[in-house]
Design a protein around this ligand. Structure first.
Ligand SMILES: Nc1ncnc2c1ncn2[C@@H]1O[C@H](COP(=O)(O)OP(=O)(O)O)[C@@H](O)[C@H]1O
Ligand SMILES: [Mg+2]
Length: 339
């Protein structure tokens, strides 16, 4: 559906060149929600703006449905752009126009006959849950409602792709949830492919099928959201994950431990398995659970437990071997002082 190959964007400024995006490649399947995360300045917005050529890449290719956007003549490019909707953190509604006018503006721009506007706008506002706000002005709406209007406007011309630039970053947590629910509904019911960029891992966790992590213009890691959360490889990815899955022991508690402290990860639904009780039955150690948490990443459980194991060094080593054989994801986070 979307295929980006070796994309580069360099800004040539008087003060020198600034790299926006460097050697970025990824693919997004039709019907997917693909997330791109990174800190401010990572190049997320530049990358997203390249996807609909709001920003002209310095080199590389962008295929949307097998068409190379960079090869299209002006007229075809304009048409192709209509199949790509976009929403932003700042909404960009026209303050002097009503909700109706803000949405119908997109239809007008696409040359849709005026007599068709009313029905289409009504349909769009119903989809985003704002039928009763049709004659209001943006200043009379909450942030979440403004974003709903901008979503309606972005969907006006039946795009196959929706690009979202930090669409929930200006919203409170409850409103964020409701906008994410709406994006998910649009994805599922209308089959619209979504590419969203965010600095909030929580957003990725909630709705993205796959995601990429960006740093200094590059993609440093990409995988399914579950894989990213359960087995992050890159240091930056690990940092992002830690903001959502808080699995660190308080220092004080850790210092008080005399046994070996291990972290166990239960990946792909093993959380209900009896590994820990089997380990205690089959090994001469005592185990003390210090921390335990099961998170759900798009409905698949990811369990992380921290245990202190006590016994002789040999017994503890055997217990860890046993856990490793059953779980694979076992990490010693502090060695104990064993007999
Ligand atoms: N129009 C521009 N002119 C010059 N530099 C830019 C421009 N847009 C972005 N940049 C630079 O490109 C880099 C990436 O910025 P951006 O894509 O906005 O990051 P993000 O969206 O991840 O915060 C930054 O160093 C930024 O200063
Ligand atoms: Mg940005």
């Amino acid at each position: 559906m979307i295929k980006v190959e070796q994309l580069n964007k360099v800004f040539h400024l008087k003060t020198g060149d600034v790299i926006g995006v460097e050697d970025v490649s990824f693919e997004v399947d039709a019907g997917e929600i693909f997330g791109i995360v990174g800190y401010s300045g990572a190049g997320k917005s530049t990358l997203l703006r390249c996807l609909n050529l709001l920003e002209r890449p310095s080199s590389g290719s962008i295929y949307i449905n097998d068409t190379d956007l960079l090869e299209l003549p002006q007229k075809e490019l304009r048409e192709a752009r209509q199949s790509i909707g976009m929403i932003f953190q700042g909404f960009y509604l026209v303050s002097s126009k009503t909700v109706y006018e803000n949405v119908s503006f997109a239809l007008k721009a696409a040359g849709v006959p005026k007599q068709e506007w009313k029905e289409r706008v009504t349909e769009l506002l119903r989809l985003v849950g704002l039928e009763d706000k049709v004659d209001q002005f943006p200043a009379q709406l909450s942030g979440g409602q403004k974003q709903r209007v901008s979503i309606a406007r972005a969907l006006a011309n039946n795009p196959s792709v929706l690009l979202c630039d930090e669409a929930t970053s200006a919203l409170d947590p409850n409103t964020t949830q409701s906008i994410l629910n709406l994006l998910q509904k649009i994805n599922r019911e209308l089959g619209i492919t979504i590419v969203l960029i965010t600095h909030e891992m929580e957003v990725v966790k909630k709705i993205c099928d796959r995601c990429a992590v960006m740093e200094d213009g590059r993609i440093v890691e990409q995988a399914s959201t579950y894989k990213i959360f359960s087995q992050p490889k890159n240091e930056l990815t690990q940092k992002f994950i830690a903001t959502v899955l808080d699995i660190n022991l308080p220092d004080k508690l850790r210092k008080e431990c005399t046994g070996t402290v291990v972290q166990l990860k239960f990946i792909d639904g093993l959380a209900s398995d009896s590994v820990v009780s089997d380990m205690l039955q089959n090994n001469q150690v005592t185990g003390n659970i210090l921390h335990g948490k099961v998170d759900y990443i798009k409905d698949v459980p990811l369990g992380v437990f921290i245990m202190e194991l006590k016994g002789t060094q040999k017994e503890v080593d055997q217990a860890i071997d046993y856990l490793y054989k059953r779980l694979k994801h076992v990490e010693v986070i502090q060695h104990g002082t064993h007999r």
